[in-house]
Design a protein around this ligand. Structure first.
Ligand SMILES: *[C@@H]1O[C@H](CO)[C@@H](O)[C@H](O)[C@H]1NC(C)=O
Length: 405
């Protein structure tokens, strides 16, 4: 206030403020994205491999160093899906449908958890190459339609599968083709991508490369909603049909179904048994996104009782509590089990959605987010390197809440 008059003398002062404002913001972006450089895949558009809005796909890249020079994490960004032409038209004008649009700082490529370069937080992967793939197709990189669609005046391209192939080619050219070790990972919609793309990720790399996959919060259930309806099934049916994903789902799964039921192979539980590479499932049995979006979306919960029940189970009445218990049991049942070499699991009963790119959850800071005393970082690292197979199938009791949440 004291300096206001002085500044006011010059008519140009507001421009100075604007400049200062821009500099401060540019700085914030730089410090968040310091580790990464955006790589737009060259030549992708010519091959028809484009984001929803027709822009070229891309990923953020951070080079490996030391013993990690030849090791690669490909981490797939999450962000739900679009399930109709109208929904996808809106998405095409957002950072989840275009690489020309940048999201809020909170959506920037994380440098935390399994993506951290701090060996204290991330001892096994801190010095690896990281490619953080921008999620820009709206269907977990599974869609494929030749002809663009016009909706609400927006031309939309459903080309997730071509985008996937273009990104894999580009990464191979950047050095991944000779990786010693490679990990495909992702959370939420990116966790679902990881489950669907794990086998083909194995196939694009040389046989001598150690290849494993890590799906965080990629299990979305086909479960009745609060009103006994099929909200979840309708949602994923919309995604599958809008993007025409059927040709990119596991063929063992689709070939055992009638044509009009093949879309069901988009659900993780229907394809996990056919994944042809070792995969580790990190999942909450109290997945906050699913409970609040698929099981009991806002429009089914006008009084907010479900929402408060999900956030504080002490407030649940018996009907709502049994819906939560049913969800937990189905999650554990659907994930199933496998041999510890081929399948790792950390299935925790904590209200959470994504966990691997969070410093505290990943490293179990203060004993939090642990199962039988093991952190997800320890369990996953042991499994990845086969150091110990003792605590790599960790599953909480399905009708419990983990005391370390
Ligand atoms: C619990 O709350 C829900 C939502 O308000 C309601 O539909 C249900 O009937 C209630 N159940 C009991 C046993 O009161």
């Amino acid at each position: 206030m004291r300096t206001f008059q002085r500044h006011d003398r010059k008519p140009c002062c507001c421009w100075r403020f604007l400049l200062l404002f821009l500099l401060i913001h540019a700085n914030i972006y730089l410090s968040i994205g310091q580790k990464y450089q955006l790589n737009i895949v060259s030549g992708a558009a010519e091959k028809g491999a484009v984001c929803l809005d027709g822009s070229s796909p891309g990923y953020y890249f951070s080079p490996g160093f030391g013993s990690g020079l030849n090791k690669w994490i490909v981490y797939i960004e999450g962000g739900a899906w679009c399930n109709s032409d109208g929904d996808c038209a809106n998405r095409a004008n957002s950072f989840l449908g275009s690489t020309k649009i940048f999201g809020p700082p909170s959506s920037a490529a994380p440098t935390t958890g399994i993506l951290s370069d701090n060996p204290g937080v991330n001892p096994d992967f801190y010095n690896w190459n990281v490619a953080w793939v921008r999620y820009c197709d709206g269907a977990s990189f599974l869609g494929d339609r030749d002809e663009p669609v016009v909706s609400q005046g927006q031309t939309i391209y459903y080309r997730g599968a071509r985008v996937w192939d273009a990104i894999m080619e580009d990464l191979k050219g950047k050095g991944m083709a000779v990786a010693e070790e490679a990990l495909l990972a992702g959370c939420s919609a990116g966790g679902l991508t990881t489950i669907h793309r794990c086998s083909s990720f194995r196939d694009v790399l040389p046989p001598q490369t150690l290849v494993k996959c890590f799906a965080d919060a990629g299990f979305f259930l086909d479960i009745p909603d609060l009103r006994g309806g099929q909200n979840s099934a309708n949602y994923y049916h919309g995604v599958a049909v809008t993007h025409n994903v059927m040709g990119n789902l596991d063929s063992v799964c689709t070939s055992s179904r009638a044509p009009d039921a093949q879309w069901e192979c988009i659900f993780a539980h229907n394809v996990l048994p056919y994944v042809r590479a070792p995969i580790y499932i990190l999942q909450s049995t109290l997945d906050s996104w699913q409970l609040q979006t698929l099981v009991g979306p806002k429009w089914m919960d006008p009084t907010g009782e479900w929402n408060s029940c999900v956030n504080n189970m002490m407030t649940c009445n018996s009907t709502l509590l049994s819906a939560i218990r049913g969800y937990q049991r189905k999650m554990v049942e659907d994930i199933g089990s496998g041999s510890a070499e081929e399948r790792g699991e950390f299935v925790i009963s904590c209200l959470a959605h994504c966990m691997s790119a969070d410093n505290n959850r990943w490293s179990g800071h203060g004993g939090k987010f642990t199962i039988r005393g093991k952190t997800m970082q320890q369990s996953f690292g042991d499994w990845f390197y086969g150091r110990s197979l003792e605590d790599v199938l960790l599953v909480d009791e399905p009708s419990s809440v983990n005391p370390t949440c």
